[in-house]
Design a protein around this ligand. Sequence first.
Ligand code: GLA
Length: 393
Amino acid sequence: MRSLSTLLIALTLASPLAAQQPKLAATPPMGWNSWNWFAGKVTDKDIRQAADLLVSSGMKDAGYVYVNIDDTWEGKRDANGVLHTNDKFPDMKALADYVHSKGLKLGIYSSPGPFTCAHFEGSYGHEQQDADLYASWGIDYLKYDLCGFREIQNKEAPDDIPKQYAMMRAAYEKMHQAILKTGRPMIYSLCQYGWDEVWQWGPEVGANLWRTTGDINPSFDRMAYIGREQAGLGKYAAPGHWNDPDMLEVGNGKLNLDENRTHMGMWAMLASPLLAGNNLSELTPEVTAVLTNKEVIAIDQDPLGKQAERIYAEGPVEIWARPLADGSRAIDVINFGESETSLRGVHLHLKEAGVGSGWKAHDIWGNKDLGPIKDDYHFTLKRHSSLLLHLTK
Ligand code: GLA
């Protein structure tokens, strides 16, 4: 008879490799991306500096591990079709080694089309070659942005939207297969602005996240518009694949403290990927505190992976709620309006949020315990501010 240990070894060897590896994007990916701040100006030096600053600022410890190079790193293909980097990125393998040496991961960007949004070289017709190249560099994450593929769609299927959509799915599936063939785990991020209800088919083409809207910018109105657009999408998010309302603008533009908190809190409620997009070399203590708030990140990263839904809306005031793995709940009351609102009369809608009587509330941004909470809890919310509550039995 085989001993228990032999049996265990045999079982371990027999189990597929995938079962032994942690699930990719089991919680929403966290990191930093170059686009929102550097756009087309990003260089190798900026990426190294971002990696250094993620570590020194404490953001890495808070969970931000992906350092993602967005568009404009691409050079030209040689006679064999091998893509080269441009002058801004002299040695991608060395850059990946540097980022990895800090305990971080490196992400990159391409398009299923012949060119990217910023008109750099895309992967069209070179999918496997590019995926192999990324794997040889040690890339951990790919954002794959439709852009140039629209030209192919329009050429091959003019005015035939269903055919164009079928082509789009096939193009995303093609890169998914190419990545799988490399054998290197890479987070696969779809960027096609939510077309054709991507949340319905994203998981089938291997997506770990998919953009649900057009681009964010560092204004409260745009952030609020995108955030509110996520209503109804909660059921499509789950461990392994997430709705992506675009990268964070926390710390960018003229967003004030209330606005940065509302943005961060809402993205956490939405179980969004948290990809900071600010200039890390100008991090203020205030912005660092918003980005690294442990309780907010714990909501985003909750292992249950249940994205918040809107449970109440009246004019500019909305209440969003989500259940958490330990049976507790998070509620976010947001004032999207331009003036202070007294919430007398607006109930918290605790029952709809699954909160029973006698539950205790913790005000996360205010950092205070409120004790047992009642549905008619009275408070005021300044313009663009929010009350983020963690509720426990
Ligand atoms: C699109 C994407 C952005 C960014 C740019 C880069 O607009 O939506 O997030 O990647 O392309 O060119």
